[in-house]
Ligand binder design. Structure first.
Ligand code: GDP
Ligand code: MG
Length: 452
């Protein structure tokens, strides 16, 4: 067990510092696994392909931290890439309200949640911005659509523009303009336009939407997409974009199992900001889009990402840099040992650190049983603090009298001092092995420890 801990310490520190570079082979292997994860998350295939090409270009030749496997570095690079695809400024997220009657037009295929989202946004604007909102239904093919929006307007306590199918010659453009005029006349600040959907893209509908966007001059044209749509979402979004000037996206049904692949795909191909995500059927089930958690959710390799982030933080830590330099020269004193303990604490303690390394999690219990935990790290630091400068530099000079003094100084038993000295020796031995090239990285260590 002592071996185990000291090797862990060694693993973290003497193995820090950069080693070789990411190769084509590393990329091939790592990306194979990542591809499965992305496809499972419903990221569209052409998007996966494009992302891979970009990541390959960025990652190839990148230096690898010695304590990490190339795959871990590649996962992190991929994660950052995904995050950059979904990230956007708060300005982009905001709903733009332009003009006397700011007009929002919602478009999308049938059943994706347009009508529901119209009322959610109306409710949101009225609640948060005290904007008086009027809604109009331009889904003339289905009588039910008109009634659905009407009852939702009642629920949301917002205005609803009433008309019969024969009014305004049954012309959508005329109805839309009449609704806008009505809004202006009655002091509504926002007009939300619900449009017709189809099960698939069809030319007449697209022409209708284009016409509407021309006569209404809307502040926002928002494409509503179902996050469960999967692979077809990319083509759908591109088709809409080629007909109407989209300015925003809403992804619905995000509360379920959907990992957000459709969101990423659509955002990647259209470059349009996501305004909201729909997270349920109720009026309040609307969230302002936040890009932060999406990359994690899509890749689902958060542990590896955290590990790489922590290791690179340590890499830039001045103390640790100095320590690594000394270790690489074969210098290893009690002070160095103490710094290792402190570094391990910085990594979130033993539990936190072990939990992050794939394959080590299951050894946690064994470690706990042996009494190796963060209290022990703190105790070790206290014992070393109780040593004189000379003792720290040359631990071999610590005789039994000195041990007694050190133990008394930090309020620990002599047995604990002995234990620490033994661990230090084990660590020093490990370091030697590292320097001789017998151990290369944490995976080697894990293998070795499994054999103990
Ligand atoms: P439209 O045809 O695009 O207007 O779609 P609707 O607004 O009529 O919605 C279709 C179905 O999806 C309805 O049963 C809605 O309750 C449901 N729906 C809409 N948004 C969400 C959402 O964010 N989560 C869930 N679970 N259901 C939603
Ligand atoms: Mg509808």
């Amino acid at each position: 067990m002592f071996d185990f801990l000291s090797s862990k310490l060694e693993g973290v520190f003497s193995a820090l510092g950069k080693t070789g570079s990411i190769t084509e082979n590393d990329l091939e292997k790592a990306l194979r696994e990542i591809r499965i994860s992305l496809l499972e998350a419903d990221v569209a295939l052409p998007v996966v392909q494009k992302l891979f090409n970009e990541v390959k270009e960025e990652a190839l030749g990148e230096k690898i931290f010695r304590s990490l496997a190339p795959k871990q570095m590649i996962v992190k690079i991929m994660h950052d890439k995904l995050q950059s695809v979904v990230s956007q400024s708060s300005e982009e997220t905001e709903i733009k309200l332009r003009g006397d009657v700011a007009t929002l037009m919602l478009v999308g295929l049938q059943g994706v949640g347009k009508t529901t989202t119209c009322s959610k946004i109306a409710h949101f604007l009225q609640k948060n911005y005290s904007s008086k909102v009027l809604m109009v239904s331009l889904d003339l093919q289905r009588a039910a659509a008109y009634n659905q929006l009407k009852s939702l307007a009642l629920k949301a306590k917002v205005g609803f523009f009433e008309f019969t199918p024969t009014d305004f010659g049954g012309e959508v453009n005329q109805i839309a303009l009449a609704a806008k005029a009505y809004a202006k006349e009655h002091g509504f600040k926002v007009l939300i336009v619900d449009t017709a959907g189809r099960t698939s893209i069809d030319e007449p509908l697209m022409q209708q939407l284009r016409g509407l966007s021309e006569v209404l001059n809307p502040s926002e044209v928002i494409l509503v997409a179902d996050s469960m749509l999967g692979q077809v979402s990319v083509k759908m979004a591109q088709d809409f974009q080629s007909f109407v000037p989209l300015t925003g996206l809403v992804l619905t049904k995000m509360e379920g199992n959907s990992r957000g692949g459709a969101l990423l795909s659509i955002k990647y191909v259209t470059g349009i900001p996501v305004k909201f995500t729909g997270v349920g059927e109720h009026m309040d089930d609307l969230e302002i889009f936040s890009s932060q958690r999406i990359a994690d959710r899509i890749l689902q390799m958060g542990d590896v990402v955290t590990l790489v982030e922590k290791v690179s933080q340590l890499e830039s830590d001045k103390e640790i840099k100095g320590l690594n330099k000394r270790l690489s020269q074969g210098i290893y004193t009690m002070d160095d040992f103490k710094k290792q303990c402190e570094g391990l604490m910085k990594l979130g303690g033993i539990g936190g650190f072990m939990g992050m390394i794939p394959g080590l999690g299951k050894m946690k219990d064994k470690i706990k049983e042996a009494g190796i935990d963060d209290t022990m790290l703190k105790r070790q630091i206290a014992i070393i603090n109780s040593m004189t400068k000379a003792e720290r530099k040359t631990p071999s000079m610590i005789t039994s009298n000195r041990k007694k003094r050190i133990a008394a100084g930090c309020g620990q038993g002599v047995d604990k001092v002995n234990k620490l000295l033994k661990q230090y020796e084990q660590s020093a031995k490990m370091l030697k092995k590292f320097r001789q090239g017998k151990l290369k990285n944490l995976t080697d260590l894990a293998k070795m420890n499994n054999n103990l």
